[in-house]
Design a protein around this ligand. Structure first.
Ligand code: SDX
Length: 433
């Protein structure tokens, strides 16, 4: 460990030395945890643009260089050479598994994919046209009503059981939400299928005929899960961490993460990209929409573009674009007008000074929606698939937070600009209108 480094804060007659902590890689941090006690002032950082909320060993992002690593392994290597359940093991345990470890883990997840049969009744409480994300928030939160033997977050064994249950049951619940929305019977998971193929089976198979997706489609589904598995302290992961810091049960905390992911600025962007492309309609309309995206008076933004951290190409977007082309080629869709529109929109935007100057590049959501649509998923299911994949990241970060001795209940303060003290005025003394 290097010699102690400090940042000195001077204001008024005060001079305060704040410790500087170094990471394995990436920016140092200034530890301000004692600042209020030493100075009586808070830091102020709406949206946490300059704030590290925790210490973590799971995922590293370099936004300027467009780097993403899970436990030190670059995302493009994992997406091309690993598989989703092996990535789940890596995120949870920190190392790539041996053959024996991997087989045991895969078996452990596989044998947790069924849900309590009484949960089928929960779905009947929803309208058929309910958004699948609304169903996911409700049904995943309800898991705590069925699996009470894995709620003690202070018991490492129960935490791992809950983690396995969540990773294993999310695809089953997601497929049930889809089946319910299209009025088809639920398909049970099959223990002879891999994770991605099992999900496709539960989503798309029907009792009337065989369902055999191509290896290319299965591989694409598995890779899409890997690309979305974790992403440092994004909004939904921070939501899971904050909810968990109160000691809430894991299922309720993951439901909170699903709720946050649903937003169009976050995981809902993949659905919003498709809606945007459908609204733009033709290449001739692209200049009008790019102009709107640049207009401060217009709330319209190019969905699938920009990122809080990436000020370079999102490394996941490159692999996602390749996967998109593979899927379309496999399905014989070589002239998808929406893909043509997306490619032209990307070209126009990346040549536009506004996007260049603000370093706005396509993010993972820009191509994922086109791919999932080609695979047969309706737009309303895109964020559901994101939630299925991100569950392993949420539970890995959840476990890390509970095991971190420095963590305590998350309770930010504020800059108060409201009314100062004043005396209550009874109704008869107030203005009549
Ligand atoms: C995900 O955080 C994660 O890691 C998230 C995620 C994950 O894996 O968990 O990567 C998944 O959420 C990807 C992002 C998906 N969202 C979208 O594609 C929605 C469109 N993008 C924007 O809403 C926006 O870029 C955000 C929300 C993604 C990032 O917002 P920031 O960091 O708060 O950016 P900002 O609002 O400060 O933007 C900086 C400038 C602003 O202009 P100025 O005020 O400086 O003049 O860039 C502009 C913004 O107006 N800008 C855009 C834009 N994104 C930012 N202008 C037009 N179109 C856009 N898409």
């Amino acid at each position: 460990m290097g010699e102690n480094k400090f940042a000195t804060l001077k204001f008024g007659d005060k001079e305060i030395d704040l410790p500087i902590l170094e990471g394995a890689v990436g920016p140092d941090v200034i530890d301000v945890s004692k600042l209020y006690a030493q100075s009586g002032v808070f830091t102020y950082d709406p949206g946490f643009t300059s704030t590290a909320s925790c210490e973590s060993k799971i995922t590293y992002i370099d936004g300027d260089e467009g780097i993403l690593m899970y436990r030190g392994y670059p995302i493009d290597q994992l997406a091309r050479e690993s598989d989703f359940l092996e990535v789940c093991y890596l995120l949870l345990y920190g190392e790539l598994p041996s053959k024996v470890e991997k087989d045991k883990f895969v078996k452990g997840i596989t044998y947790h994919t069924m849900v309590h049969d009484q949960m089928r009744g929960l779905f009947n409480g929803f309208r058929r046209d309910a958004h699948p994300m609304a169903i996911m928030v409700g049904v995943v939160g309800a898991l705590s009503a069925y699996y009470q033997d894995s709620l003690d977050i202070d018991d490492p064994h129960q935490r791992m059981v809950a983690s396995y249950r969540l990773i294993a049951k999310m695809p089953t619940i997601a497929a049930m939400a889809y089946k319910y929305s299209v009025g088809q019977p639920f398909a049970y998971p099959r223990n002879d299928l891999g994770y991605a193929e099992n999900f496709l089976h539960m989503a798309f198979s029907v009792p009337c005929e065989e369902y055999n997706p191509s290896p290319t489609i299965i591989r694409a589904m598995d890779r899409i899960f890997t690309l979305h598995a974790d992403h440092e302290q994004n909004a939904s992961t921070s939501t899971v961490r904050l909810a968990s810091s109160s000691g809430a049960n894991p299922f309720a905390c993951i439901a909170a993460g699903i709720a946050c992911l649903w937003g169009p600025a976050h995981g809902g962007a993949n659905e919003a990209v498709l809606n945007m492309l459908n609204e733009i309609g033709t290449k001739e309309n692209i200049p009008e929409y790019v102009a709107r995206a640049k207009d401060k008076n217009d709330p319209f933004r190019l969905m699938g573009f920009g990122h809080r951290v990436y000020k370079n190409y999102d490394p996941r977007a490159k692999v996602m674009q390749e996967t998109c082309h593979e899927v379309l080629a496999e399905l014989g869709i070589d002239d998808d007008p929406l893909l043509e529109l997306a490619i032209e929109l990307e070209r126009v935007a990346l040549e536009d000074e506004y996007f260049v100057e603000k370093k706005l590049y396509p993010n993972i959501d820009f191509y994922s929606g086109i791919t999932l649509r080609a695979m047969g998923f309706p737009e309303s299911m895109f964020t559901v698939l994101f939630a299925v994949a991100r569950t392993v990241g949420w539970v890995a970060q959840w476990n890390e937070m509970i095991e971190d001795p420095k963590q305590k209940i998350g309770r930010p303060r504020q800059l108060y600009t409201g009314a100062t003290e004043r005396t209550y005025t009874p109704m008869h003394k107030r203005a009549h209108d």
